[in-house]
Design a protein around this ligand. Structure first.
Ligand SMILES: C[S@@+](CC[C@H](N)C(=O)[O-])C[C@H]1O[C@@H](n2cnc3c(N)ncnc32)[C@H](O)[C@@H]1O
Length: 350
């Protein structure tokens, strides 16, 4: 069976997540990926696992995309049909179907992405997406559980803005970059903050552990995990000395300390060397913490002082190459125009 997956953001992180989790896929339209699965359930399971996914549609086979055949597919009182090949045709197509059905009502989408997940979850709407050029019909079968994502973003016991808050969907995509089946694998975040990465890893089925240099963060991570029914060993330790406390770890996924919030351009060249020293110290120490073949998925900030772009991931170029293979670099997730860009890097211990 063929499926279309709609993703929420067009960034290189979303594409990397899809590449890591879906063996064969194709970019059908901007932010829309085609893939195959044996069953509808398998496709829904896959879509639910991803941080970047927002909507899933399945191909309705043996239905020519003409209006009478489409009208036969509509079961709810409300429907919505979006033309993928010629968006401006959508109002005409919806009206044609309404005339054939002689009942019901339609909702028009604002763009070729179709209706929003919020609208589709709140109301019982049959949504179809058409490609009349390719003679394809797609029916929406799943939308992401935005209320659960909002809960994890805004309604946790602790969300400390000063400690930096990673959007849960970004945290989920980062965890999905670890090329391991989660069951029985230990995933650690040594800069756990309020525990966002650990929550996503626990929901995916990893065994989790965390640490932070600030006791309050350790307590907050424990409380946030507990509120969702998860427990973990969370320790107070400097990430540079992680091996004092942990060993035998399968994957480290982390957004480390990123320096002072909103530094002035003239401060940047003094901040960068300190951060690079911290990252280098960590990566050297983590060789002792990781199992052979273990993974690191880590955020490295890029700073721009108007004269030069400082890419802190350059710490990897040098002696660390003896200990790690660089599997991927340059995955960016910051919005265009943001002051500090964030690069995600995937390393594997040799
Ligand atoms: C950017 S925040 C991580 C936020 C986390 N990803 C979240 O969304 O909840 C960085 C965290 O690193 C901690 N930290 C700073 N320096 C550290 C060090 N040397 N070792 C361990 N933790 C450190 C801070 O206390 C802070 O909680």
């Amino acid at each position: 069976m063929r499926f279309l997956l709609f993703v929420g953001a067009s960034n290189t992180l979303a594409e990397a997540e899809i590449e890591a989790q879906i063996k064969e896929y194709s970019l059908s339209l901007p932010n829309t990926y085609g893939f195959q699965a044996e069953t509808e359930l398998e496709a829904i399971k896959l879509a639910s696992k991803l941080g970047s996914s927002i909507k899933l549609a399945k191909e309705v086979s043996n239905v020519a995309s003409d209006s009478q055949n489409l009208a036969d597919l509509i079961k709810s009182k409300t429907f919505s049909i979006t033309s993928l090949d010629n968006f401006s045709d959508s109002p005409k197509i919806n009206q044609e179907i309404k005339n054939i059905l002689n009942k019901g009502r339609f909702v028009l989408s604002k763009d070729s992405f179709g209706l929003s997940p919020i609208l589709l979850r709140k109301h019982d709407i049959d949504e179809f997406l058409l490609d009349r050029v390719k003679d394809e019909v797609w029916q929406t079968i799943w939308v992401h559980d935005f209320s659960h994502w909002i809960k994890k973003d805004r309604n946790m016991p602790f969300a400390n803005a000063r400690a930096g808050i990673l959007p849960p969907k970004i945290a989920r995509s980062m965890v999905n970059l670890v090329p391991l089946v989660p069951e029985g694998k230990l995933l650690l975040d040594p800069f756990c903050g309020s525990g966002r990465i650990l929550i996503e890893a626990a929901e995916l089925g990893f065994t989790i552990a965390g640490s932070d240099i600030i006791g309050k963060q350790v307590q907050e991570t424990k409380a946030n995990l507990h509120s969702l029914g998860f427990e973990a060993k969370v320790e107070l330790v400097d990430a540079v000395h992680l091996s004092d406390v942990f060993a035998g770890v399968d994957a480290i996924v982390t957004e480390p300390y990123l320096g002072k919030v909103n530094p002035r351009p003239d401060q940047i060249r003094y901040i960068v060397p300190g951060l690079m020293k911290l990252y280098l110290g960590c990566l050297k120490n983590w060789v002792k913490v990781l199992k052979p073949g273990g993974y690191v998925v880590m955020v490295f900030p890029w700073f721009d002082d108007g004269r030069k772009v400082y890419k802190t991931s350059s710490v990897i170029d040098g002696k660390l190459e003896l200990s790690y293979n660089s599997l991927k670099r340059g995955l960016l997730y910051s919005r265009p125009g943001a002051d500090v860009k964030r690069e995600i890097v995937i390393l594997q211990k040799k």
